[in-house]
Design a protein around this ligand. Structure first.
Ligand code: CFM
Ligand code: HCA
Length: 530
């Protein structure tokens, strides 16, 4: 508690009280590790969070390679979300891949005054004439919501006019309190208008969806390689490297695997209600975590040959990396880390760091919800506020024709009781007492916590990486992987270990002294006096 108090004591009492709820010293509090999350950031406090449009357009929809995505708004939102997230995709024969492009209606002041629907229609016409896409997505930015353009009516018009699929997403940046609202909005429209429409024949009964995997740095490809080796068919990946056609067929799988719970739990649950497919929380980050995940999946399918094949593949993959893991563990054992990212990786990467002997002393999220920290058992106790109520929550009914169960209700209930399916245990249970769990950090708190805890490495994003490095602490981006990756499964663990060891054994940042530490770099006077 002393550390937290020291960081927060500069605030006035109201801010102190607010921020205190977002910081937990694990195992050393009277509140059962409860944390405040998914609530409004204090205005002016310089949060690291992004907006609803970022979560919808950038995170969930962006990786779908053949959806022609038009950002409806002034050009800045499209431009600054162009190619900044490293979701990779391969173009297969006969498919489109628009990921390298950036399309926007480029709204001007006159459009804001007189309405932007006409321009949106023109843009769609241009897109159809030039690219002939089969699917167009329209994503709104803040001003579109304020002026009230009816993008859903335009989408309906486009479907009729051009005989294409056109889906509108009202993901204005100001909605909700973070990117998280945008995930939810994207999830809703995908279940409404995409999932369930496919008629691909899936012959392999060991069929899975890979949910919450966006193929950053090729993670999705590596996970698919491993699953295919064992004998699984990956029907769809949400949404890394996927085509619309892949997503349309998600209802055909026999199990959904959930890597990032935060961004896709809505779809996971709705697929289960509508089509009978349960979901399993997995983690392909970390060697032990990957082994556990593979064994859990095999357990669900319950086939002796599949179980044997799982063990054989685990042994082979382990053998390939054993020497390297040993080497890097020798280099990294005893080091400490802090992780601050979006809404799921702070948990996942603790597993991989543990494999390497690195102790995580602080972990936190920009926009996770309480269940991501504390486990889904807290769901009934989460208070709804005005911001939550602002985000549409849809309910679905079983689809009588497409509903199918791979296991009997009895077996499913048994697996539910064992918490093998339909459950996420959250991050805190994997954190040791005395470590810190934090929510919605700002720059000031980040700097103060790094000063107090002095981790050997700080895993974070572009906004805080350089602040950390200028204070002498090595930082690696855990969003973009700093142009590296894949980091998942067995082989990825070696890439990660190599990158971390490289950083730690190149301690350049600790030799750097920021220029303002020795001399003022800005000089001026107050009140206009000479
Ligand atoms: Fe899930 Fe993600 Fe993340 Fe996320 Fe993100 Fe991301 Fe992230 Mo950046 S979907 S919550 S909204 S794992 S973009 S691929 S790295 S903040 S921890
Ligand atoms: C987002 C995307 C982001 C940003 C990464 C960062 C990503 O939140 O809109 O801040 O470095 O992974 O690209 O999370």
């Amino acid at each position: 508690m002393k550390t937290i108090h020291k960081v927060l004591e500069k605030y006035d009492s109201k801010v102190y009280k607010n921020r205190k709820e977002h910081m937990v010293e694990v195992g050393n509090n009277d509140n059962n590790n409860e944390i405040a999350a998914n609530v409004r950031t204090i205005p002016g406090i310089i949060t690291q969070r992004g907006c609803c449009y970022a979560g919808c357009k950038g995170v969930v929809l962006g990786p779908i390679k053949d959806a022609f995505l038009i950002t409806h708004g002034p050009i800045g939102c499209a431009f600054y979300s162009w190619g900044t997230r490293r979701h990779k995709a391969r173009k297969e024969e006969g498919e489109d891949n628009y990921l390298q492009y950036c399309f926007s209606t480029d709204l001007q002041e006159s459009d804001i005054v007189f309405g932007g629907e006409k321009k949106l229609k023109q843009s769609i016409q241009e897109a159809v004439d030039l690219f002939h896409p089969s699917t167009i997505f329209i994503c709104s930015t803040c001003p579109v919501g304020l002026i009230g353009d009816d993008i859903h009516a335009v989408a309906k018009w486009a479907e009729k006019e051009y005989g294409i699929k056109c889906i509108a997403f009202s993901c204005e940046g100001y909605k909700g309190v973070s990117q998280s609202a945008g995930h939810h909005i994207a999830n809703n429209q995908l279940i409404r208008y995409v999932i369930g429409e496919g008629d691909r024949e899936i012959k392999n009964k060991f069929s899975v969806n890979l949910l919450g995997e966006y193929n950053i740095g090729g993670d999705g490809w590596e996970t698919e390689r491993l699953l295919k080796r064992i004998g699984y068919e990956v029907v769809s990946t949400f949404t890394g490297g996927s085509s619309i056609e892949d997503l349309k067929n998600a209802h055909k799988a026999n199990l959904s695997l959930v890597q990032c719970h935060r961004s896709i739990n809505y779809i996971a649950e709705m697929i289960e209600t509508k089509y009978g497919i349960p979901w399993m929380k997995v983690n392909f980050i970390g060697v032990d975590a990957t082994m556990k995940t593979l064994r859990d999946i095999a357990k669900y399918f319950g086939d002796p040959e599949l179980i044997a094949r799982t063990e054989a593949v685990i042994s082979e993959e382990l053998l390939q990396i054993a020497e390297y893991m040993e080497y890097y563990r020798g280099k990294l054992k005893g080091k400490t880390a802090a992780i601050y990212v979006g809404g799921s990786r702070a948990h996942h990467y603790q597993a991989l760091l543990k494999d390497l002997g690195v102790h995580t002393i602080l972990a936190g999220y920009e926009f996770a919800h309480r269940e991501d920290y504390e486990g889904r058992e807290v769901l009934p106790f989460i208070k709804m506020d005005a911001d939550n109520k602002n985000i549409e929550s849809i309910t679905v009914e079983p689809d009588i024709e497409k509903y199918h169960l791979y296991l009997s209700e009895e077996d499913l209930n048994r697996l539910r009781e064992e918490k093998l399916i339909d459950y996420y245990e959250g991050m805190v249970k994997d954190m040791e007492n005395g470590t810190f769990m934090v929510d919605d950090l700002n720059h000031y708190e980040t700097e103060e916590l790094l000063k107090a805890l002095k981790p050997d490495i700080f895993f974070s994003g572009i906004k805080d990486k350089f602040v950390a490095q200028k204070s002498g602490i090595l930082s690696r981006q855990l969003h973009s992987y700093d142009y590296s990756g894949p980091y998942c499964c067995f082989r990825g663990a070696i890439n990660f270990a190599r990158d971390v060891a490289m950083g730690i054994y190149t301690p350049a940042w600790s030799y750097v002294k920021a220029p303002w530490k020795t001399a003022p770099i800005l000089e001026g006077t107050l009140g206009g006096e000479a």
